[in-house]
Design a protein around this ligand. Structure first.
Ligand SMILES: [Cu+2]
Length: 293
């Protein structure tokens, strides 16, 4: 009997001991989160519970595997942000055209007055640089794939001096107002078959008459007193134009990217046309040769 009681007591003690160990282990596991958070603060030599460490490592590796799963591609927006920074784009209006105008026999094409001989006065010729043939070549760039703004051309003046329209060719944007002057000591008129509303009757020296140019194209001018007088208002549907220099060179700056029809116009030599495309802030050479090959 005593032997049986001893055996029962030993079994009960063993069970109680195992229950305490199991309870203690569950308590540590239940506080595992707190321990894991403080794991970095463990004093040297005191490690976390091996099972807790294993669990934390497993969770950590799982999280890492999810965060950097190679099969999950980055969305396009994120991929774009990860590209190296690109250089700033060049301004789109920094293109340039330049070149030379080849006018043959330029001396023959001086659109000057032939002289006022009706009353016996000697022939008069203007020394005004605006009477130079090269200075009366206008180069204009006409956009083909966008519509440019057309601000009125400032200081648009045509004068009649020594029986000569000066300048012989005046370029303006269509819609501009041109001021017509008479600087001779006698009466002139202005007449145009191209734009009849431009007509100004005979008028004495010193008067200025504004006229709006509301039609595009080549607008011919003459004087019904001195019918040899010829001039042109070149009414353009583009703000990109320039007058060639006395050396026959021209330069057009500030052209936006795009396709263009480039025109060179002279009162007697006529019009030459080329097409070109400009982009990326380039400077392109285009020469106009009026000399027939
Ligand atoms: Cu006249």
């Amino acid at each position: 009997m005593l032997k049986t009681a001893f055996l029962l007591t030993a079994c009960l003690s063993l069970l109680v001991s195992r229950f305490q160990i199991a309870h203690s282990t569950r308590g540590e596991i239940s506080r595992g989160g707190e321990k894991a958070q403080k794991i970095g603060a463990q004093p040297p030599g005191e490690s976390a519970h091996p099972r807790l460490c294993g669990l934390a490592c497993a969770v950590s590796s799982k999280i890492n595997a999810l965060s950097f799963e190679p099969d999950i591609a980055a969305p396009p927006a994120m991929a774009a942000r990860q590209q190296p920074p690109q250089p700033p784009p060049r301004p789109g209006n920094a293109n340039e055209l330049y070149g030379t105008i080849g006018l043959p026999h330029a001396g023959r094409w001086m659109a000057r007055g032939k002289g006022y001989n009706k009353d016996g006065a000697p022939a008069m010729h203007s020394d005004d640089p605006m009477a130079d043939p090269n200075r009366n070549v206008i180069v204009s760039a006409h956009p083909l794939d966008f519509a440019p703004a057309l601000p009125p051309t400032p200081e648009a003046v045509v004068t009649q001096k020594e029986q000569t329209f000066l300048p012989c060719v005046l370029p303006v944007t269509v819609g501009s107002t041109v001021y017509f002057m008479n600087e001779d000591q006698f009466v002139h008129s202005i007449y145009s078959m191209t734009l009849r509303s431009i007509a100004i009757g005979r008028r004495p020296p010193g008067e200025m008459h504004p006229r709006k140019i509301d039609k595009p194209g080549v607008i011919q001018l003459t004087c019904d007193i001195h019918t040899h007088m010829r001039g042109v208002v070149l009414s353009l549907e583009t703000p990109y134009f320039t007058r060639a220099g006395a050396d026959g060179r021209y330069r057009l700056r500030g052209l936006p990217d795009g396709r263009y029809r480039i025109e060179a116009y002279h009162l007697d030599a006529g019009k030459r046309t080329l097409e070109t495309t400009l982009s990326g802030g380039q400077a392109k050479q285009l020469d106009f040769n009026y000399v027939k090959p």
